[in-house]
Design a protein around this ligand. Structure first.
Ligand SMILES: [Mg+2]
Length: 242
């Protein structure tokens, strides 16, 4: 039995498409153009930079989940002239945080080939056991897997909030291997994020498939992933020859 450990966002669930639609609806709903005097793209681009920065902090433990959920909005509003410390902006940011998670879970877009590869894998369930490994918020990850109808493919859902560690911390991957009661070499991690999914798996000796659909370059001193694909259907070829 091979234990496949799938990252969720941008590996199976089309995070950029889904979150983009949610974000655009939120921009309209809270009338942010009026409040911030900017167009959607400018606002959203700034948000992405701030969100990435806060996520780095969340992964290394300097930013809490509550701070991340609120500040990604309050800091973006502040970048366009609002006072991030004022009670109204804090209240608005909290509302945006709720809206974003709740509305986001209604989105169902998947990455190209995701459904086909999952269907193929469950047809061969004598050979493959499927789990999800994700850093995303628990209240978002399980509902969105259910609405997009991929929840049913998996036997285990490993959420960083439950394990107490975030990828790429090796303790996250150690905990997964331990809970599955298998050896690292009986697993295969599939993920889009080299620094988060691949480096973390390498640290505990789990073979990895880097789903590099963006065609990103690695730094010269980065360790080569075991496999690299640009489309999820290429996973079938890897597994057929495994
Ligand atoms: Mg990902």
């Amino acid at each position: 039995m091979l234990y496949l450990l799938f990252d969720l966002d941008r590996t199976l669930w089309d995070f950029d498409g889904n979150a983009g639609r949610t974000y655009r609806a939120m921009f309209e709903y809270f009338q942010l153009q009026k409040l911030c005097h900017v167009d959607y793209d400018t606002f959203h681009n700034r948000y992405q930079v701030i969100n990435d920065m806060l996520w780095d902090g969340y992964r290394n433990g300097t930013v809490t989940k509550e701070q991340l959920s609120m500040r990604r909005f309050s800091y973006t509003l502040a970048a366009f002239g609002c006072d991030a410390e004022s009670p109204e902006i804090i209240r608005l940011s909290l509302k945006m945080a709720d809206y974003y998670v709740f509305e986001g879970t209604k989105q169902t877009g998947l990455m190209p080939g995701a459904r086909e590869v999952l269907d193929w894998l469950v047809e061969h369930q004598d050979r493959y056991n499927l789990s999800v490994i994700t850093n995303g918020f628990s209240e978002a990850q399980l509902p969105k897997m259910k609405t997009s109808d991929i929840y049913r493919y998996f036997s285990h859902y490993f959420l960083s909030e439950d394990l107490g560690y975030l990828k790429p911390d090796r303790r996250f991957f150690d905990a997964v291997v331990h809970r599955l009661n298998v050896h690292a070499n009986q697993c295969l991690v599939i993920g889009d994020d080299y620094r988060v999914d691949i480096v973390g798996a390498q640290a505990v000796g789990i073979p990895q498939v880097w789903y590099n659909y963006k065609g990103q370059a690695r730094k010269s001193d980065d360790v080569k992933p075991t496999y690299e694909i640009t489309h999820l259907l290429q996973l079938k070829e890897i597994l057929d020859s495994y």
